[in-house]
Write a protein that binds this ligand. Structure first.
Ligand SMILES: [Zn+2]
Length: 336
């Protein structure tokens, strides 16, 4: 019995022969199981989609209600039989609705974790380690140099800057699914009660988070029509990272360009993006989170998907666990 008989890496993504389905397929397929709503994992055009109800809502918000032929909501921890396989979704701690997918067949369990992190995130359920024979891990930050600081410390940096420069607008570049809402929720939890302004592209997903029970406090569109320029002095404005150094940003008073991303740990990236205040806030596991997760689960084999596969595979070899790079294409490191 080989693990490849249960889950097989293919050009369209991981394929389960006994269940006849793909996980996070990169091309349209008959039956897709989807770990989370980021665009490189959740694509439109599949015959059927099985995902958590939150992920289905996110896909509906992004692609319209007809993003798949049929949909089915998976309940966390509840096994579902598909052909000759049994699957179960478990929280991944990555973004709202994100799940690991455990696939069992022929006495073997493989967990495809999608993207995950172990740090606290008040906008989604925490990662749960699931015992398995094969653990499939991402490797976005799989180098020992990547050690993310505590999230609360990074949010405090933003609050300190806001106190120090009350006349300047603080533009926080954050990806629209997950990071934006996490930054807003963490600011709220740290006591920031003022209205937070949103770039137009953020509004839909923020509303979706609120509908899912993640309260984000007072939000308003970041349009000059609705507010005088003075209103933005000392305000937090959340926008896509691509906007922080663009024309759009110049309407705000002396803006401080902030960018919330795991990549901000690399000084050169912050410089290239003209970021004045880098916030190292990642929705992906860093080196310590990746390795402690593997130690904790202690699988027979680790398969490594997109990112820096070689270092993690090498580390697995040193501890006597078989490691295998999958070299999967179609998953972007920037979706972070
Ligand atoms: Zn993701």
């Amino acid at each position: 019995m080989r693990p490849e008989d249960v889950l097989l890496p293919t050009a369209a993504g991981l394929f389960c022969p006994p269940g006849n389905f793909h996980i996070d397929p990169t091309h349209p397929v008959d039956r897709a199981l989807i770990t989370h709503g980021h665009a490189d994992h959740a694509r439109a055009g599949h015959g059927s989609v099985l995902a958590t109800s939150e992920t289905l809502s996110i896909m509906g918000a992004r692609y319209g209600d007809n993003f798949a032929g049929t949909t089915q909501a998976a309940q966390l921890g509840r096994p579902i039989k598909i052909g000759g396989a049994e699957v179960a979704f478990h929280p991944a701690g990555h973004v709202l609705g994100s799940a690991q997918i455990a696939v069992s067949a022929k006495g073997l369990k493989i967990v495809a974790s999608g993207d995950y992190k172990r740090r606290h995130d008040p906008t989604c359920r925490a990662f749960e380690p699931i015992p398995c024979e094969v653990f499939i891990s991402e490797a976005t930050f799989a180098l020992p140099v990547f050690r993310h600081p505590e999230p609360a410390v990074e949010i405090q940096k933003l609050l300190t800057s806001l106190a120090q420069f009350p006349e300047r607008a603080h533009l926080v570049g954050a990806y629209s699914l997950g990071k934006a809402q996490r930054v807003i929720k963490m600011l709220r939890n740290a006591g920031w009660e003022r209205t937070i302004y949103l770039h137009g592209s953020m509004e839909k997903l923020c509303r979706l988070y609120e509908a899912a029970g993640i309260g984000l406090g007072r939000l308003a569109p970041a349009t000059l029509a609705s507010s005088a320029q003075d209103d933005f002095a000392g305000a937090v404005i959340v926008c896509p990272p691509s906007q922080i150094a663009e024309r759009w940003a110049r309407r705000f008073p002396d803006p401080v360009a902030c960018f919330a991303s795991g990549w901000m740990g690399i000084r050169q990236r912050a410089k290239q993006a003209n970021v004045e205040l880098p916030l190292i806030l990642s929705d992906h596991a860093d080196w310590d989170e990746l390795t402690t997760t593997i130690v904790e689960i202690n699988p027979d084999e680790v398969w490594v998907t997109h990112g820096r596969e070689e270092a993690l595979v090498h580390w697995c070899g040193l501890r006597g666990t078989a490691g295998r790079p999958l070299h999967m294409v179609g998953y972007e490191e920037e979706a972070e």
